[in-house]
Ligand binder design. Structure first.
Ligand code: GLA
Length: 383
């Protein structure tokens, strides 16, 4: 839906002319489950967007509707919930609630949300809603907030209001992504580098159609296992604050002090951080062969050490092997379902999409959605 179509829908429903903001979903090329360990990630924003249309009201109500979900919601700005209500509006409401808790004076408003990022597919539909909502709400009280701050605000909303202990990657790249570039981010310092994508490479995103709805418990559990590792390893080196600070050598030396699961989680993170550094270098040098190998290694590690893959993701990754133009690929996002990302030469991308869909369906009986994507720009105002 275009912005002017959404504006038309808004006027029809609410009788006023809105401003419209949009924010994209993302794929992560490499660096999985490293962001909350103060490590490195290299995602890219993709061309699926959530748009939020907004106009002020004269009273103190926040009215939130969506083009995708039946139920609309009305809240009193003077009594906003402080934690999730268990409905789709949580990602909008959470941002409003956190803004208010942090001293921003919100105005009454009507909102209409149009989301085109596939939900529960590991492409950060929630970050897209949060970021677009934050820009929309901030626009009404005239407060300028730098995009990295918007990203952090949205992460706090997801951590504290929604209750998912996510890292900063999704919100950050949704805010700051750049067309034609991978986004290398140091999740400790929040310094980033834009790494140009070779123009003849496409990001082919294959949705297994397995929803990762049950994943949030396991996600938080993985975080706890990483924290457990840090607690134990810091006994030998008090400078260790996060797995980012752990060398492979120190980890191996103290492997026997960790439970088997905690050791495996730590090993994944420590090696994955190095893979992201290597992958950024490969992309810079145009070494797609080695980059592809790093992506394959990352997948195997997520499958065997971090244990966040599932049969369908493994089938999809395997199905890509041998197809013309394929450089490499892996599961992307938190895991337990969702999508894979494959680097494919542009000339082969459409054939690749068709062929992998056939192979996957033959192996699983599930018809996947396959999208041929490029890196796109992050969040922006549309009018
Ligand atoms: C989800 C989270 C991110 C990140 C990934 C795993 O997408 O929102 O912060 O932790 O999982 O890499």
């Amino acid at each position: 839906m275009t912005a002017s179509e959404l504006a038309g829908r808004f006027e029809h429903i609410y009788g006023s002319v809105p401003r419209i903001f949009r924010a994209p979903g993302r794929v992560n090329l490499i660096g999985e489950h490293t962001d909350y360990n103060d490590g490195y990630v290299m995602p890219a924003a993709i061309g699926f967007f959530t748009q939020v249309a907004i106009a002020p009201r004269s009273d103190r109500k926040l009215v939130v509707r969506s083009e995708e979900f039946e139920r609309d919601f009305e809240f009193d700005l003077d009594h906003l919930p402080q934690s999730r209500v268990g409905a789709w509006c949580d990602y909008v409401l959470g941002v409003a609630s956190v803004l208010q808790q942090e001293g921003h004076a919100l105005r009454g408003a009507n909102l209409l949300v149009r989301g085109e990022v596939p939900i529960g597919a590991g492409l950060s539909s929630s970050a897209a809603v949060e970021v677009a909502s934050a820009l929309a709400l901030l626009s009404l009280n005239g407060a300028a907030m730098a995009l990295p701050e918007v990203a952090k605000l949205c992460q706090r909303s997801e951590n504290n209001f929604v209750g998912a202990r996510v890292g900063i990657m999704d919100q950050f790249v949704s805010c700051m992504g750049k067309a034609g570039h991978a986004f290398f981010l140091d999740c400790r310092s929040l310094e980033f580098k834009l790494v140009p994508m070779p123009p003849d490479i496409r990001l082919v995103v294959c949705n297994t159609m397995v929803k990762h709805a049950l994943a949030s418990g396991s996600y938080n559990q993985r975080r706890e296992e990483c924290e457990e590792g840090v607690k134990i390893l810091a006994r030998w080196d008090p400078a260790i604050r996060a797995l980012r600070d752990v060398s492979l050598e120190l980890l191996e030396r103290h492997a026997k002090d960790l439970s088997e699961d905690v050791y495996k989680r730590c090993l994944h993170v420590v090696r994955e951080d190095q893979r992201v550094l290597d992958a950024a270098e490969c992309l810079r040098k145009g070494d797609l062969k080695r980059l592809g190998e790093l992506m394959r290694d990352s997948h195997r590690s997520l499958r065997d050490l971090y244990e966040v893959s599932c049969r369908e993701l493994d089938v999809m990754v395997e199905a890509a092997e041998g197809l013309p133009g394929y450089c490499g690929g892996r599961m992307t996002g938190g895991g337990f379902g969702g999508c894979t990302v494959s680097l494919v030469h542009s000339a082969n991308a459409e054939d690749f999409a068709q062929e992998i869909a056939k192979r996957y369906e033959a192996a699983t009986g599930i018809k996947p959605n396959v999208y041929v994507c490029s890196a796109e720009d992050g969040a922006q105002a549309l009018n």
